[in-house]
Design a protein around this ligand. Structure first.
Ligand code: GPQ
Length: 847
């Protein structure tokens, strides 16, 4: 049997290149074949959606071949692997990305043309895979792209939600946000491979019996078992055969029905069991930075980490290495605290299933895990209740799996750990309480961040400033306890494949022409963009640069006209803020600035207005369904736009759009079209930001606070190419204190802001009184220091207007900005993780 398999794989290998559809005739043959056999449709009666499905299936054939040989190579060579555990993967569309990475874009374009379709129209038929909320999920997607591109043996593990992030609707009458489900799997998803043979049982509830031999081992039984079924998503690298895997788990009842209840005539109960199992992966929680304290969320987390670890363990066992070498072959990156249960699950497996002694098990665990923190906002720190569910039983048996999070007894970790802390800081009971894994109270809760820190080898933040704040604000006790070397920084990055080549083909082509390098070279070594600097003063190049921006603005204008039925002036400056709605991100500051500009325009004579820089402001972003103030901000933006867009005095100089249902695909249209974008969080609150990098890579300039990655962007592109404003991080606490204990009326601090607030209160934008709760967040307490930053914000926007007036100088700034964005490629970030953290090396895929 061995022989036959060997023979088969060599046949497979020798035919590898045959299967790849690269030339137009074979592409056409494969597409038409899929129309007829996979879709069971006639080629002459096909719509764009059908053409998309057939093209996708044809491209997928190529991916499968590469994916198979990649996985085979990994199994044979048995390298150390890394796993990226993330509850969110915000992938967006796949077809255009796969075409680009496989270098078959032109072939498919030509083939579809011959069949009477345009690839552009076909590409937009695909629904976004939107299994994420925002930056954290999109970062995971960029990291998968970079890992595959650098031929690193890295897999992602996540959940296959039936419903991704909700669709945002804006109510016609009052401009409020409504949420609708996102049934993204409604049409079959060609990019996933169901692995009905890769199934694990995950246990919930039940009870554990400790062995009486003093080993601490336990047997866990009873409760409910749920099946985890694997779906594999192929992740092609750019310009390489290497195609990695993203494994997403779907939950399924162990038995479709509980037959016993069924026989007893309790049909409803039987169906309910199956419902609760299926519910685990039914929906992505739409909270950003605000973990819901829900039993189902905790179940998602355990389900996902338990299935993923079982899978890794099975792969490792296959290698026939001693269990003590687990960490030499496996590194696990925790994307925020969401997968922290993986730490206790690995410990449980080592102790209870592999009978590893406690000390050794803990050493393996702490050599395997790495933890990335993505925010210092206190409301985002997860705490979990474990022991209060279902008849007082724990949801999962943490007590057996790790004594530290259950009530302490015997030689528990919690105790061992507490003893170690106590030894280092004798008598410092307050410190002990702060560092404890348990937050006392009723009920007791587990502090996931503390658990993630003590269970990991390294802890990092996502930009220089943020990584410092992680050490000084979140974990100072742990820095003292472990020493500084456990804590470091990996500045985020973005993939230049999607965020330049794919979304901005005009600019990509211009760069390729100018650098006189194949795009495959600079797209893999983004520092090569520096070569553009030598051309910044070349007038012909400047004109071409400006023409690309202009085309992208027209593309966006066209898009908005189609979506909203309004004409957009592509001659005006385009000013964009797109991100989740959040008080700390301060969309409020932006909209109040727009109102200020509007009032100023109103107060001018027609002659004066003619000298003003024409501007179109775009907003996009979703608010968590339960986030009242954020939703009110959307309502204000929408209603302000309804007033100012039809004011004949000003509409030629200022217009405003809230683009509903912001998504990865919408970002791909907006980002290349921006002249200026806003990243205006209260200093010290935005861990990094990643869209700031995307805008700058596409030659847009940045208005921002001295926060997150804005700082490092300015270091690279030069402060004269960034419009900074506002107070700095060290001032923020003092200002908050002042506002709380020595409040000064807004008029005193900023008459301009007071005027704007009063205008909103007066009902100029309708809905008199409705906005008071939003305005009061500024008038009272002003936690995000809008009052303190308002005047300097307005000054920064004036400087933007002045700079834009000198168009040649502006174009030079734009060129210089793009040229200096090399550092922000996710390839660099992934190299940092691979070398400094995981210690994994690339594996070249041979045919
Ligand atoms: N981020 Cl904690 C999210 O998108 N969701 C979250 O729940 C948390 C963080 C973001 C963070 O706000 C941005 O500053 C980062 O750039 C991004 O994560 C990726 O690190």
């Amino acid at each position: 049997q061995h022989c036959r398999l060997g023979a088969m794989s060599s046949i497979g290998n020798s035919r590898l290149t045959d299967v790849i559809n690269v030339d137009v005739p074979s592409i056409t043959k494969s597409v038409v074949g899929h129309v007829q056999t996979s879709l069971a449709r006639a080629p002459y009666n096909l719509d764009d959606l059908g053409a998309y499905q057939a093209a996708a299936l044809s491209v997928r054939d190529n991916l499968i071949v590469n994916w198979n040989s990649t996985q085979l190579n990994y199994s044979r060579k048995a390298p150390k692997r890394a796993y990226y555990l993330s509850l969110e993967f915000l992938m967006g569309r796949t077809l255009s990305n796969a075409l680009l990475n496989l270098n078959v874009f032109d072939g498919y374009s030509e083939s579809l043309n011959q069949l009477g379709f345009s690839l552009e129209d076909v590409i937009v038929q695909e629904r976004d895979a939107a299994l994420g909320n925002g930056g954290l999920g999109r970062l995971a997607a960029c990291y998968l792209d970079s890992s595959a591109t650098q031929e690193l043996p890295v897999w992602g593990y996540g959940l296959r939600y039936k419903y991704g992030i909700f669709q945002q609707l804006i109510k016609a009458d009052d401009g409020t946000q409504l949420e609708a489900p996102d049934p993204w799997l409604e049409h079959q998803n060609p990019w996933e491979l169901p692995r009905l043979d890769v199934v694990y049982e995950v246990r919930f509830y039940g009870s554990s019996q400790r062995w009486s031999d003093g080993s601490g081992r336990a047997v866990w039984s009873g409760g409910q078992e749920v099946l985890a079924v694997a779906y594999d998503v192929m992740i092609p690298g750019y310009g390489t055969k290497n195609t990695n895997n993203l494994r997403l788990w779907e939950s399924k009842p162990k038995r479709g029905f509980d037959l016993q209840s069924f026989n007893a005539g309790d049909y409803e109960r039987a169906v309910e069991t199956s419902n609760t199992a299926a519910a685990i992966t039914s929906v992505l929680y739409p909270n950003d930075h605000n973990p819901p304290g829900k039993e189902l969320r905790l179940k998602q987390q355990y389900f996902w980490t338990a299935a993923s670890l079982a899978d890794m363990m099975r792969r490792f066992k296959h290698m026939e290495k001693p269990i003590g070498e687990f960490a030499e072959y496996n590194a696990i990156q925790l994307n925020d605290t969401h997968p922290t249960l993986a730490i206790v699950e690995l410990l449980r497996i080592l102790l209870d299933e592999d009978e590893v002694p406690w000390d050794q098990a803990w050493t393996i665990v702490t050599n395997t895990f790495f933890f990335t923190n993505h925010t210092v906002l206190p409301e985002a720190l997860e705490v979990k209740v474990f022991l209060e569910f279902e008849n007082g039983n724990g949801l999962i048996d943490l007590d057996a799996s790790l004594e530290m999070v259950g009530p302490p007894h015997g030689a528990s970790t919690s105790e061992a750990y507490a003893t170690a802390v106590e030894k280092k800081f004798p008598g410092d009971r307050e410190r002990l309480a702060r560092m404890s894994l348990i937050e006392e109270g009723f009920p007791q809760q587990v502090r996931m961040a503390n658990l993630a820190v003590i269970g990991s080898r390294k802890v990092n933040g996502v930009a220089e400033l943020h990584s410092q704040l992680v050490q000084s604000i979140l974990f100072p006790d742990f820095v003292e306890f472990y020493g500084k070397s456990k804590f470091s920084n990996v500045t985020n990055g973005i993939t230049p494949r999607r965020w330049l080549d794919q979304c901005n083909p005009g600019l990509s082509q211009l760069i390729t022409d100018t650098l006189e390098l194949p795009r495959a070279v600079w797209l893999k070594d983004l520092f090569k963009l520096e070569g553009l600097l030598a051309h910044a003063d070349d007038e012909r190049f400047q004109r071409r640069w400006a023409a690309v921006k202009r085309q992208n603005k027209e593309r966006l204008a066209h898009f908005v006209e189609k979506m909203m039925g309004v004409k957009v002036d592509a001659d005006a400056m385009f000013d964009v803020q797109i991100k989740r709605l959040h008080e700390y991100k301060r969309q409020t500051l932006n909209i109040l600035g727009v109102i200020h500009r509007y009032l100023l325009l109103k107060s001018m004579t027609p002659e004066e207005r003619k000298k003003v820089n024409k501007k179109v402001v775009f907003f996009g972003g979703k608010a968590a369904p339960g986030y009242y103030v954020a939703k009110l901000t959307i309502r204000l933006i929408v209603n302000v736009s309804r007033v100012i867009n039809k004011d004949p005095d000003t509409m030629a100089y200022l217009s405003l759009f809230f683009l509903p249902d912001y998504s990865v695909s919408l970002a791909e249209v907006l980002i290349p079209a921006s002249d200026i974008s806003q990243h205006i969080s209260t200093a010290g609150t935005e861990a990094s930001g990643t869209s700031n990098m995307k805008f700058c890579l596409n030659g847009g300039l940045l208005v921002g606070t001295v926060d997150g990655a804005n700082i490092e962007i300015a270091e690279e592109v030069g402060e004269d190419n960034v419009f900074f404003f506002g107070h700095l991080t060290p001032d923020v606490d003092d200002l908050r204190y002042q506002h709380t204990y020595h409040p000064v009326p807004v008029e005193k601090k900023s008459p301009a802001l007071a005027h704007v607030l009063n205008t909103v209160s007066s009902g100029l934008f309708g809905d008199e009184g409705v906005y008071e709760p939003l305005l009061n967040t500024i008038r009272q307490g002003d936690y995000y220091i809008i009052t303190e930053d308002f005047d300097s914000y307005i000054r920064a926007l004036e400087m933007v207007d002045e700079a834009y007036a000198d168009r040649t100088e502006w174009i030079k700034k734009s060129i210089r900005t793009t040229a200096k964005m090399g550092k922000f490629s996710s390839d660099r970030a992934i190299q940092d993780y691979a070398q400094e953290y995981w210690n994994v090396e690339s594996v070249k895929i041979q045919d």
